[in-house]
Design a protein around this ligand. Structure first.
Ligand code: ADP
Ligand code: MG
Length: 699
């Protein structure tokens, strides 16, 4: 049975070596099973045959039955075309083909009934159809071209070999009607029965040839459930295996550093959400199991403080802590804020990035190894380097969505004690994505902003309002506030974007001349020190305007900045806009975000910008972003099991995902290693789809 589905595709009747090569290169279809999983992307309803007299050029598609007559080749060379008439007794329709003429000629037999399917168009006062799909009445009945018909994605090269949607459908029909076609059930009877699932064999058949709407729906549900189920099963097994196999570091106490900081040096009252999350983290680290926790909190919700206080617990227990950020700017920013918090405690904090000199690096390494340094903050250099800690107890990873499961596993070296891991993300992730991508992590959410924050006011403005925007910037600056002006430099190498940034900068300098105003600029082509120098000038309030690219997207913290102007805002993605906007509204003043846009906006760009104007809620924005872009496009989330989702769509199938998760939890509760006889189908399938993964090493 498995052998049948594993058969190389060239052995399918109607394929052969040439088509097989194309199927492999164009659609990645190598074996029967790959073809079986080439699901239709939609269906057309072919349950009804229209009378030609009823056909209206407004119909999207129409199906008619009748006979051909008056076949004619007209024109020469490139203008060559085949025309024909087609009649069913109620009326006649004109047909025309510009391509594949000799093939079409061979299909057509006079005085025989045919069914045509295609898009009708008005041709003068008559209705005509170009390139209709043709099938003989005999085959129409034999191949059961009735009811819902699948539509497949294909390519030009395949179409030239007559593997258009219909051609692929024929192959599937051949495959599915082969007496050797068998698919074994993989779910245990308990699951099949509780959910009244369509069985696996039937589901693969009905996804291609649903027959009725209801059967099609059941097949879809079954296949989506299966896809989502295995993402969850994998995640929960990783989690379970890890907890069973890895011994975490036991932090027995909350000591003087934590308590002293809390009592004497806390710069503000913690929000209730911060308190709750710190408690959750504290509880994890006191179990003796390794913590793997995701901390979600919107921009500005105060994650840094949570990270810092968690680090203090590690330090209180004689361990070191590390914080890893995706960019140098962000690492530096973290270094500055943590150094400030740590100052009164007399802790030793280090910064390690790609641009730290060899000599300094050596000093850092020694201090780490001896245990003299308490906290190390850095970029990826932190794991790529040969950094050896004296006793590393906690690793905090900021903006983890750029940091996959496998990379997390590299955080510690063989034989070393396994540090606790806290992953922080400011990009609110829709629940469905979080469950799929971070399903192996426990989740904490900071769902409350520090007191006194006023919601940012956001507006969309066209070029024609430029002068008013500049006037408003001047007003804000007069009040002592500062302003960000952000340019899209999507690819830092793109000349045109760079030119726009520089032109914009020149323009700002003209509108805001010295000595009354001072303007900073930061972009990716500058040297790290220069960038840092300019940021610091802005931070100290020596400049009133910071012109920048998205390098300021994350982490920059200047509470006095109360206004952000985003240029060509339509070029930014939704979550990126939200991240950027989060740079203002960090103080107690009313803050503003102005989205400057071109006059021509795509429908999607308009929806993004309108969403920004309508809400400040990161989770709402994340949900919409997922709907607009699809999960494959969300930054860095392409890895992590999402590629196994062919049919399920995380933006729509949240409910099925939840059902899968619950099923998996119940299943593993009873049979944590999947050894029970009734779970062998699941077990085998899981191994097949995750060849060679060693879960115990994945954190
Ligand atoms: P993010 O979650 O985006 O990393 P930060 O940790 O940078 O947010 O915090 C944003 C700002 O809010 C910082 O200036 C920080 O000092 C301040 N902050 C954090 N927690 C509180 C609080 N409980 N009360 C007041 N201000 C706070
Ligand atoms: Mg932050």
């Amino acid at each position: 049975m498995a052998a049948f589905l594993d058969t190389p595709i060239e052995y399918l009747k109607g394929v052969g070596p040439a088509r097989a090569d194309l199927l492999k290169t164009e659609l990645d279809i190598h074996r029967f099973e790959d073809l079986l999983m080439h699901y239709p992307f939609r269906y057309v309803d072919r349950s009804r045959i229209y009378k030609i007299a009823e056909v209206d050029p407004d119909f999207a598609y129409v199906q008619i039955k009748g006979r051909f007559f008056d076949l004619k080749i007209q024109g020469q060379n490139r203008g060559r075309r085949l025309s024909a008439k087609f009649s069913d007794g109620t009326d006649t329709i004109e047909l025309v083909w510009f391509q594949g003429i000799s093939w079409v000629q061979k299909q057509i037999v006079p005085n025989k009934d045919f069914v045509l399917f295609g898009k009708p168009t008005a041709f003068g006062r008559k209705v005509s159809m170009a390139h209709p799909e043709i099938i003989s009445w005999e085959d129409f009945n034999k191949e059961k071209v009735q009811g819902l018909q699948p539509v497949y994605s294909t390519t030009e090269k395949l179409k030239n070999r007559h593997l258009d949607s219909r051609g692929i459908q024929k192959l599937l029909y051949t495959l599915l009607s082969d007496p050797a076609y068998q698919v074994a059930e993989i779910f245990p009877p308990s699951i099949v029965n509780t959910l009244k699932l369509m069985d696996r064999r039937q589901a693969f058949l009905r996804i291609h040839f649903p027959g009725t709407d209801e059967l099609g729906q059941k097949a879809q549900f079954r296949i989506k459930l299966e896809e989502l189920f295995f993402t969850q099963l994998k995640m929960l097994l990783i989690k379970g295996t890890r907890q069973a196999a890895l011994k975490g570091i036991y932090f027995e106490k909350v000591g003087d550093l934590f308590n002293g900081f809390y009592k004497d040096h806390l710069p503000f009252e913690l929000t209730n959400a911060q308190k709750r999350v710190i408690k959750e983290i504290r509880a994890d680290m006191g179990t003796g199991k390794q913590m793997n926790r995701l901390l979600q909190g919107d921009v500005g919700s105060g994650k840094t403080m949570v990270a810092f206080m968690s680090m203090l617990i590690a330090l209180d227990n004689g361990y070191q802590a590390a914080l890893m950020a995706p960019t140098e700017i962000l690492a530096t920013q973290h270094y500055n804020s943590i150094a400030e918090l740590a100052e009164p405690l007399g802790l030793k904090i280090g910064l390690l990035t790609g641009s730290v000199s060899k000599a300094k690096r050596k000093v850092l390494h020694e201090a780490l190894q001896s245990g003299e340094m308490h906290i190390l903050i850095g970029t990826h250099a932190l794991i790529q380097d040969t950094v050896a800690f004296h006793k590393l107890g906690l690793v905090v990873i900021d903006e983890q969505h750029r940091f996959g499961v496998e990379q997390r596993a590299k955080l510690w070296k063989k034989g070393q004690e396994i540090p606790h891991i806290l992953v922080m993300t400011a990009t609110p992730i829709p629940r469905t994505l979080a469950m799929t991508v971070y399903g192996d992590l426990d989740v904490s959410v900071i769902d409350e902003m520090p007191l006194g924050r006023k919601p940012i006011e956001t507006a969309m403005r066209f070029e024609s309002s430029r002068l008013r925007v500049i006037g408003f910037m001047k007003e804000q600056i007069k009040l002592g506030r500062q302003v960000y002006v952000v340019y899209p430099l999507i690819e830092e190498s793109e000349k045109l974007d760079y030119q726009n940034l520089m032109d914009g900068y020149e323009h700002i300098l003209q509108e805001f001349p010295r000595p009354q105003y001072e303007v900073s600029i930061v972009h990716g082509r500058m040297r790290a020190e220069d960038k840092e120098g300019e940021m610091q000038r802005f931070k100290r309030g020596e400049t009133q305007i910071l012109v920048a690219t998205t390098v300021i997207e994350v982490g920059v913290n200047v509470p006095n900045a109360s206004m952000m102007v985003i240029e060509s805002a339509e070029k930014f993605g939704l979550s990126q806009l939200h991240q950027l906007r989060g740079r203002v509204g960090r103080g107690s003043e009313q803050s503003y975000c102005i989205l400057m846009t071109g006059n021509k906006l795509s429908r999607e760009a308009r929806m993004r910008l309108e969403a920004m104007v309508a809400t400040n809620n990161g989770f709402e924005i994340a949900d919409l972003d997922l709907k607009l872009r699809g999960p494959g496009e969300i930054d860095g989330l392409r890895q992590s099991g999402l590629t196994s989702l062919k049919l399920a769509d995380l933006s729509k199938d949240g409910e099925i995902l939840q059902i899968s998760r619950t099923l998996c939890e119940k299943l593993l509760e009873k049979d944590p290693t999947l050894m029970a006889p009734e779970n062998q189908g699941l077990n085998a399938h899981l191994r097949k789809i995750n060849k060679g993964t060693n879960w115990s090493r994945i954190s």
